[in-house]
Design a protein around this ligand. Structure first.
Ligand code: NAD
Length: 486
């Protein structure tokens, strides 16, 4: 790896870079070949205190700017970050494995999302109330909650940070970010660039370290008013256990096990392309990945053939030297192991392996966490691939006879994040979308996450809302002012 392809970054506190107070660091490794691609400090309790204190001090001024002033500052900062997209995208591709072109575009998308919220800041409305007595006046307005702890995962390291940073910054909150240890470099570089671009010192701080020690300390910190986290359901439940007794505001975007229902009347080319994109892109490491497909028995085999052809046309490789490759390595060594376990389990239970089902052969893949895009058919409902989050490039398929049966199968998991439906019939669209237990239903497309659509995981998939105008209220508290006139 050439030396320019390494990022040795420091903590980002009060607008400056600094090492950990005890000088310790941890390395970040390439999922392609295991080489060291960077390092970050292991923040101590004292570093966390400094970061929270910096955010607390900055809150006094940032929250008092007008929404219009904050909008201008934020837009200027994102304009600067866009000029740094190549370098931040490179950091992401190196640490996460996502091909360079996809990594770079994630930076631009994150800036767009933060801009959406900057524009939302001046649109946060209060209201006045008619009162029971003509000598009372009553109005309600919203105030920022204070310092927010933002805890983020590795699959979309910058995008999922922007979902939290956008509404936090727009509403006047200040933040301490704790990225995952797997991909700390790109979120750290992104936050540094925002500060460089003009977000005042202390508004955005970043500490790096483990979830169980640093993450839990962030949640417990008395000056942290709110926690927003994206990650696994198990971690989300642990966060609620810690934050609940402290009465902190919490929003969580958690795991998914997303079904796609393909009806007999569906546009099969569209369904196949969308399912392939949603199931295999980013190696299936997305909460909204299509993990399982229920296909009407009359079109099942035709759909399986199309998916097989799409899987076999996908290119795999190192996304740095081949920036436009379809799939890079998975981010962690656990990725291919879990994918293989789900494939083996399904085959053991009677599923048919249609394509993939193993790590790719060859020297180019020997040291990386690669896994082939995989399709299994005849998967029984109890197979892990049909119930648990694979978080890998594996799709399980099964047949259905009636739409009622398909909906019942789709709803039969603990998760409720996204459901996909392919049909040309409006009545099926309306009835099925109402009956599906998911916070988001996509009909005839896979463009799940848009700034304007609320993203709220149902059941084990979340708590609270991200995205859309609604998300700003996760960072605000209402104040009722009632005045008795003299
Ligand atoms: P993870 O739960 O292991 O970690 C997420 C973050 O939580 C990391 O920063 C980690 O350090 C931190 N953490 C871990 N234990 C903690 C603790 N006890 N206290 C405080 N913080 C702690 O998740 P991951 O493996 O990084 O990400 C993959 C998971 O994220 C998948 O389950 C995926 O579905 C989910 N995800 C959900 C969405 C969504 O919007 N619903 C989006 C992307 C990913």
């Amino acid at each position: 790896m050439p030396p320019s392809n390494t990022f040795h970054l420091d903590l980002h506190i009060a607008g400056a870079s600094r090492p950990a107070s005890d000088g310790t660091r941890s390395e970040v490794h390439s999922p392609h070949d295991g080489s060291v691609v960077g390092s970050v400090p292991k923040a101590s309790a004292a570093d966390l205190d400094s970061a929270v204190e910096a955010a607390h001090i900055a809150f006094q001024t940032w929250s008092r700017l007008t929404a219009y002033e904050r909008e201008k500052v934020i837009r200027k900062a994102t304009a600067f970050v866009r000029t740094q997209a190549d370098s931040i995208g490179l950091a992401m591709a190196l640490e996460q494995g996502k091909p360079l072109a996809q990594s770079r575009s994630e930076i631009g998308g994150a800036c767009d999302l933060i801009d959406y919220y900057a524009a939302e800041a001046p649109r946060i409305e209060g209201w006045t109330n008619p009162t029971e007595d003509r000598n009372y006046r009553s109005w309600v307005h919203w105030q920022p909650v204070g310092v927010c702890g933002l805890i983020t995962p590795w699959n979309y390291p910058v995008s999922l940070l922007s979902w939290k940073l956008g509404p936090a910054l727009a509403t006047g909150c200040t933040v301490v970010v704790k990225p995952t240890t797997v991909t700390p470099l790109s979120p750290l570089a992104f936050c540094q660039a925002l500060t460089h671009g003009g977000i005042p010192a202390g508004v955005i701080n970043v500490v790096t370290g483990s979830g169980s020690i640093l993450g839990e300390a962030l949640i417990r910190h008395p000056k942290v008013a709110k926690i927003a986290m994206t990650g696994s359901t198990a971690t989300g439940k642990r966060i609620l256990e810690l934050a609940g007794p402290l009465l902190k505001k919490v929003s969580l975007e958690l795991g998914g096990q997303c079904p796609a229902i393909v009806c007999a009347d569906a546009d099969l080319d569209l369904a196949a392309k969308t399912i392939a994109y949603k199931g295999w892109r980013n190696c299936g490491q997305s909460c909204s990945s299509v993990n399982r497909v229920y296909a009407h028995t009359s079109i099942h085999d035709a759909l399986a053939d199309k998916l097989k052809a799409l899987a076999e046309s996908m290119s795999l490789g190192d996304g740095i030297s081949q920036p436009n490759v379809d799939l890079g390595p998975m981010a962690t060594p656990d990725g291919p192991t879990t994918a293989q376990a789900h494939v083996d389990d399904a085959i053991h239970l009677g599923a048919r392996l249609i394509t993939g089902g193993q790590r790719p052969a060859g020297d180019a893949f020997a040291r990386g966490h690669y896994y082939q895009p995989t399709l299994l058919t005849t998967c029984p409902p109890q197979a892990r691939v049909m119930r648990e989050e694979t978080f890998g490039p594996v799709i399980g398929m099964a047949r259905f006879e009636s739409i009622e049966e398909a909906i019942s199968l789709a709803n039969d998991t603990a998760y409720g994040l996204v459901a996909y439906l392919f049909t040309r019939d409006f009545t099926t669209t309306a009835r099925a979308s109402e009956a599906l237990d998911a916070g988001t239903v996509c009909v005839n497309h896979g463009a799940v996450n848009t700034a304007y659509g609320p993203y709220a995981g149902w059941k084990d998939s979340g708590y609270g809302v991200e995205l859309s105008r609604r998300a700003v209220y996760e960072y605000l508290k209402p104040k009722h002012v009632k005045v008795a006139l003299s």
